[in-house]
Design a protein around this ligand. Structure first.
Ligand code: SAH
Length: 211
């Protein structure tokens, strides 16, 4: 997701209490950041943060970290959090590749990847968030019994992920090619992209992977 450049976005992110500055210093200390030892769930490529904040409001006993590398998009999430002031939400303006510098082994319990950029060209495959390169990154920070949950409407990216994830040593324990009309539909929280694509009639695919 890319939005028009917003003047002053960088500075507003710099100053926001909802964005963790110098997250490298939090490595191994996220319980201190949140002020409790609750499990940490993370969305990588959070966009405007609707999914993350809806989950956070419904599950106060879980801590949520939203990771987004583009300032303009992150700013929308910050604005929403400035109204909601959810105590169990923090944001990181970072690239997912850097996460092992910010989270120790096992510090994250669940990772959500929602409507990640498809990068359709073969030569860009390693930029996909479900590529073996990124699965290795998640392995470094995820608890042993942790999981990755991935949703997309992009059939090619989903087919790719069903191969790339096992090739990285993970097990796909749940998959559906039409989430909204499956037995997994109940309790599904929609993301911004999900609502847009589902309204167009695109079936939504979902998988859950563990090691
Ligand atoms: N999850 C949201 C947004 C999907 S768009 C939704 O479902 O509505 C994908 C988002 O992932 C974009 O905002 C993009 O900036 C972000 N993104 C892509 N690669 C990333 C990376 N390596 N690290 C952090 N964010 C990334």
């Amino acid at each position: 997701m890319r939005l028009r450049h917003i003047p002053g976005a960088e500075q507003r992110i710099e100053e926001s209490v909802h964005v963790v500055r110098e997250p490298e210093l939090c490595r191994g200390r996220w319980a201190e950041v949140f002020g409790n030892g609750n499990p940490v769930y993370m969305e990588i490529g959070m966009g405007k943060g609707r999914f993350l904040m809806e989950l956070a409001a419904a599950n106060p006993e879980i801590n949520y970290v939203g990771v987004e590398r583009y300032s303009s998009v992150l700013l929308k999430a910050i604005q929403k959090q400035e109204e909601l002031l959810l105590p169990n939400v923090r944001f990181l303006r970072e690239d997912a590749l850097e996460l092992p510098q910010m989270f120790g082994p096992g510090e994250v319990k669940r990772i959500y990847l929602n409507f990640s950029d498809p990068w359709p060209k073969d030569r860009h495959a390693k930029r996909r968030l479900t590529s073996p390169r990124f699965m290795e990154v998640y392995s470094q920070i995820l608890a042993e019994d942790g999981s990755v949950e991935f949703k997309t409407d992009n059939a090619e990216l989903f087919a790719y992920s069903l191969e790339s994830i096992p090739s990285a040593g993970w097990r796909v324990v749940m998959e559906t090619h039409d989430l909204h009309h499956s037995r997994y539909a109940e309790g599904n929280v929609m993301t911004e992209y999900e609502e847009k694509f589902a309204a167009k009639g695109n079936p939504i695919c979902k998988l859950i992977a563990v090691r």
